[in-house]
Design a protein around this ligand. Structure first.
Ligand code: C5P
Length: 339
């Protein structure tokens, strides 16, 4: 790649300029280590260093290499820098071991590429997304919270951005890297989330409320750490404001409002009531008692409920794919509301 002595090669730059997307499959532990640490000493790593469009990385290696904490840290670094890291498949590995580390099927990689290059159909729309749990402090060291990781809301924010929307993400403490390219506003409590969301609501075309907002907060916040002796056997709680219901009561007809509902029983019936009471256009229902759905995992199984009374059950899919489905429905609802 270094070319003639008198004619320096810039092929790595022309390659980077020519492509709309780059895929590294299989991606070895060595390559991932180099990319994550800015080492550019061959054609691939130099071309990627000059590449400012989507990059898909497909880690493929022995299961113990894949579980190595250094490799994991390198992958996290790449994800936080905006690289798209595919999760390897589990099964028989070339080395004779069984476990995660197989390169995803070419079809799966193709699907990811297609998605990343997909239409910019949300161009010109402003999206407001909430994600993650809220924390309701009792004193400086203790708080009430829930198991939300923020993955679903972050997936919505990322996909909306990729499809051309201008995205504001208001989130509680996330357990996943914050997405790059979105306007991210971090909050802690439900009350803060309410304030930040209301500030931006009037300028939003589509609002997706994926946050798991705490319904209650401790009645009093103690500035000093409470001592054992200060505790009784109960904590008094007060209701938090319902952000979604507040937005529902204030929204314009052409603003599309989407809520989430996590239920463990009588899911559909409860969700229908919520859809109506909170005046939302679409409710995404996940039955968190099913494996492969709900909190903290990378996949979700959802049913979409509409104001018209229709509903649609989606198969198990990645949270990014669920996000795409939600956004496509939101766009259709928006177009209907506009005409
Ligand atoms: O009623 P439930 O909490 O199950 O409704 C869930 C939906 O309502 C989610 O979209 C969540 O973001 C929203 N919500 C809210 N404010 C609350 C509680 C829930 O916006 N205080």
């Amino acid at each position: 790649m270094w070319g003639e002595r008198d004619r320096p090669s810039v092929e790595h730059i022309s390659l980077a300029d020519a492509a709309r997307i780059a895929v590294v499959a299989p991606a070895t532990a060595n390559f991932i280590g180099k990319l994550a640490n800015g080492i550019a000493d061959d054609m691939l790593t130099t071309a990627l260093m000059a590449f400012n469009k989507p990059v898909v990385i497909c880690p493929s290696m022995n299961v113990n290499m894949y579980r190595n904490p250094i490799l994991k840290a390198n992958l996290e670094r790449l994800v936080s820098c905006g690289y798209h890291v595919m999760i390897p498949e589990s099964g028989d590995l070339a080395c004779g071991w069984t476990g995660e580390g197989r390169m995803p099927e070419p079809e799966a990689i193709f699907h990811e590429v297609k998605r990343l290059l997909g239409p910019r159909d949300l161009d010109g729309l402003r999206l407001l997304v909430t994600a993650g749990p809220t924390e309701e402090p009792l004193d400086p060291v203790r708080f009430l919270t829930n198991r939300s990781s923020g993955k679903m809301g972050v997936a919505v924010a990322k996909r909306a951005l990729a499809r051309g929307a201008e995205v504001t993400l208001v989130s509680g403490p996330l357990k996943v890297p914050e997405p790059t390219g979105v306007n991210h506003i971090q909050v802690r409590t439900a009350a803060e989330m309410m304030d930040r969301v209301l500030e931006r609501f009037h300028e939003s075309d589509i609002v997706v409320k994926a946050a798991a907002v705490a319904d209650f907060r401790p009645e009093t916040f103690c500035e000093e750490k409470l001592k054992k002796e200060d505790f009784g056997t109960s904590i008094n709680l007060v209701r938090n404001p319902d952000i979604l219901a507040t937005l529902g009561s204030r929204k314009w007809p052409d603003q599309i409002l989407i809520g989430f509902a996590a239920e463990t029983s009588d899911a559909i019936q409860k969700a229908r009531v919520k859809l109506k009471n909170k005046n939302v256009d679409m409710l995404v229902l996940n039955d968190v008692s099913q494996p492969g759905a709900g909190f903290d995992c990378d996949t979700n199984i959802v049913r979409l409920l509409f104001r018209s009374g229709e509903d649609e059950q989606l198969a198990m899919m990645s949270k990014e794919d669920v996000a795409d489905q939600i956004l496509s429905r939101a766009l259709a609802l928006r177009r209907m509301a506009h005409h």
